[in-house]
Write a protein that binds this ligand. Sequence first.
Ligand code: F7E
Length: 335
Amino acid sequence: MAQKKALITGVNGQDGSYLAELLLHKGYEVHGLVRRVGLEAPERRLERVVALRDQIKLHAASLENYAALYQAIAKIRPDECYHLAAASFVSYEFDDEFSTLTTNINGTHYLLASLKDLAPHCRFYFAGTSEMFGAAEASPQDESTRFRPRSIYGISKVAGFELTRNYRERYGMHASSGILFNHESPRRGFEFVTRKITSTVARILAGQSTELRLGNLEPLRDWGDARQYVEAMWRMLQQEHADDYVIATGRLHSVKQFVEIAFASVGLDWQQYVVVDQNYYRPAEKIPLCGNPAKAKRVLGWEATTDFAILVREMVAEDCRLLGLELPIIESTVS
Ligand code: F7E
């Protein structure tokens, strides 16, 4: 059988880099789309895939440029396309809403339109998100829960989700969406609360920082392990029929619980370091975003298995290692 070709947009992101590793391991020829500036400074801008550079093929194309995307698809003609690139930081301030909407909606549309013309049999994955549920009316949420996005990011993802469904129904494309709840790892971006916490804990331990400024500690999140979530993406594209799936753990933890475990894992008392700062404050959801992954389990045979406390401790340990610190072995009291 011919070697399958996969294209990943956002290949240098947390999910993109893990997915590239997974697909290489499965014997795929892996292509990644990156911005031109990335190719100009790979050590700095493509840090998560720099170690894979000899194994994957990188192409410069901006999601905002239809002609560039079209050319890249014409050159690659992928069998599977994983569309992960997006402006993904959630803000309720509606700052830079024009860029978020343009990149996320047009990027998805341009990709689908190019694939329809040039590689209509290519299987397509769209990275949907629990932010599409936004101010949800019920918890847990599943594939039939109504979307009520409350961030520009969530709105842009609902549009991408609907475009994906439309290309599936109208043109018969094998186009699926994952509705992924929060997923973390040692490669998480520093702007998200989990990595902000674990990297600051490491810096405090190294004597490089004295406090951790956070917003609201009360919100509850359904946090899973990114490495397991990319496996779910791949499984979706191996199904006979395209469909949409909630990918989640179904379990909730608060930001405060994450903080407690992270500090306790290196023997520190979080209350001595955490400062609540209104600048980072976002109101908590009235109804928490918690996924019901029953369909993924039933159809894909996929289930989130990583223990929350183990994930937190691993992220702290990895951030300590990056700073050259030996991690003290602490008996766990929080879980
Ligand atoms: O916030 C609270 C904040 O920015 C988590 C993205 O991957 O998951 C992610 O979106 C919670 C929120 O992730 C700080 O208010 C408190 O309640 O880590 P986050 P997110 O907004 O849930 C979804 C599924 C996506 O699709 C997104 O792309 O933590 N929080 N203090 C804080 N959050 C941040 N960032 N910084 C703080 O200081």
